[in-house]
Design a protein around this ligand. Structure first.
Ligand code: CUO
Length: 417
């Protein structure tokens, strides 16, 4: 069983072995090497089949099987590193905690080899992208280092908790995927060959530390569902969960890992310990056990809350979406919220069947408004490369009142201004 540890709690030996394994993986230019594996996610586009005329990137976004696809992907890399001597699973970068810096394992360009005292390039710092003859880079945004007030959580931790509150898989899936996009945008920034690009994100080895954490948080949600006595399987996405995920479902040599090949159908991978052979050092959230977290989330759900609801479809690029609350007289307040979209020209069509919800309770009261007032939501969309995009790329947001009792009522209001 491969144990996935918090990347900030690795021993010196584990760091050494991981770096050795990653260096060997990166030097392997065969179909089992790092670059060929990085190709699974974005470009070169290999789906629906490598020989198809019209092709798109195989990575699954904008639909419920986002978590399943990326679960298999981390296993693919984990097994490759284990075969090369890593000894542990892919460590996770817990970005729900307050972040001071990128994980030390991946943050520096070089490191000192403790055995030879030589300065060597850090194999977790960047990756090569053969199809464009470039290497990955990062443009880390200040927003990554948000410092919440004492006793509060970061925006991202709040977003993840709202996802974890959901007791239906498809509600969880949309909230969680959009929350996770934020890390892509904040690490890659405006760099073309970076984590903010759907096409090239997986060539940055930090991607896998990020997605190990994504998978851990899905495991947290699975545990919460067990405590709630609710199903953790995706019964709401019945078609998608029976379709083989590509390229994992392609036979060798395209996928030479028999484990991910045999588990390419999403229904097979909920029991990750027994089916996929890995576990987490601990399943907790901000030091809370699952029982404590369950109680905490229930309390959050008891309040009346107001949300902006976005029926998201892919916009074929990566962007930040900012929105403000505007009064009837046309005046708009400070930012009421922000979320990130990860996409590119080769993305699959998104298939969300429900809105992504972003809480605006506080933003509304900051404007002196209540849910009974008439207001609208003004959206600004900025491509990660800095270009302002048309607000009409995103359908008019709705306002959703969520009474503490639990039933959602949706009130359609307003226009994008
Ligand atoms: Cu495919 Cu984070 O989702 O990359």
């Amino acid at each position: 069983m491969a144990v996935r540890k918090d990347v900030s709690r690795l021993t010196a030996t584990e760091v050494y072995n991981l770096r050795e394994a990653m260096s060997r993986f990166a030097k392997d230019k065969s179909v089992a090497g790092f670059e060929a594996t990085a190709e699974y996610h974005g470009l070169p586009a290999r789906c629906p089949r490598p020989d198809a005329k019209e092709r798109f990137a195989c990575c699954v976004h904008g639909m419920a099987t986002f978590v399943h696809w990326h679960r298999l992907y981390v296993v693919q890399v984990e097994d490759a590193l284990r075969r090369r001597g890593s000894g542990i699973g892919v460590p996770y970068w817990d970005w729900t905690e307050t972040i001071e810096a990128l994980p030390a394992l991946a943050g520096e360009a070089t490191y000192i080899d403790t055995k030879t005292n030589e300065r060597l390039p850090n194999p977790f710092f960047k990756g090569q992208i053969p199809m464009v003859g470039a290497e990955t880079s990062r443009d880390v945004q200040d927003g990554l280092f948000e410092k919440p007030a004492f006793g509060e959580y970061t925006t991202l931790a709040e977003e993840v908790m709202y996802a974890l509150e959901q007791d239906n898989f498809c509600d969880f899936a949309v909230q969680f995927e959009i929350a996770h996009n934020r890390i892509h945008a904040l690490v890659g920034g405006s760099q073309r060959y970076s984590m903010s690009s759907l096409h090239f994100t997986s060539y940055d080895p930090l991607f896998f530390l990020h997605h190990s954490n994504v998978d851990r948080l899905w495991a947290v949600w699975q545990q919460l569902q067990i405590l709630r006595g609710k199903p953790f399987k995706a019964y709401c996405a019945n078609c998608d969960v029976h379709m083989s995920l590509k390229p994992f479902g392609f036979p060798a040599p395209l996928n030479s890992n028999p484990k991910t090949f045999e588990h390419a159908v999403p229904t097979n991978i909920y029991d990750y310990e027994n089916e996929l052979g890995y576990t987490y050092d601990t399943i907790q959230y901000h030091g809370m056990t699952m029982e404590q977290l369950n109680i905490y989330l229930r309390r959050r759900g008891q309040k009346d809350r107001v949300f902006a609801g976005f029926n998201l479809k892919g916009i074929r690029t990566s962007a930040m979406v900012d929105f403000q609350i505007c009064k009837q007289d046309g005046t708009c307040g400070e930012s009421a919220g922000q979320f990130a979209v990860l996409g590119g020209p080769f993305e699959m069509d998104w298939r969300y069947d429900r809105p992504y919800k972003h809480e605006i309770t506080q933003a509304l009261s900051a404007e002196g408004l209540t849910k009974a007032d008439v207001f609208s939501i003004h959206v600004d969309i900025t491509d990660v490369n800095g270009t302002a995009l048309s607000s009409s790329l995103i359908p008019t947001p709705s306002v959703i009142f969520s009474p503490g009792a639990g039933e959602y009522t949706s009130v359609q209001r307003g226009l994008i201004m």
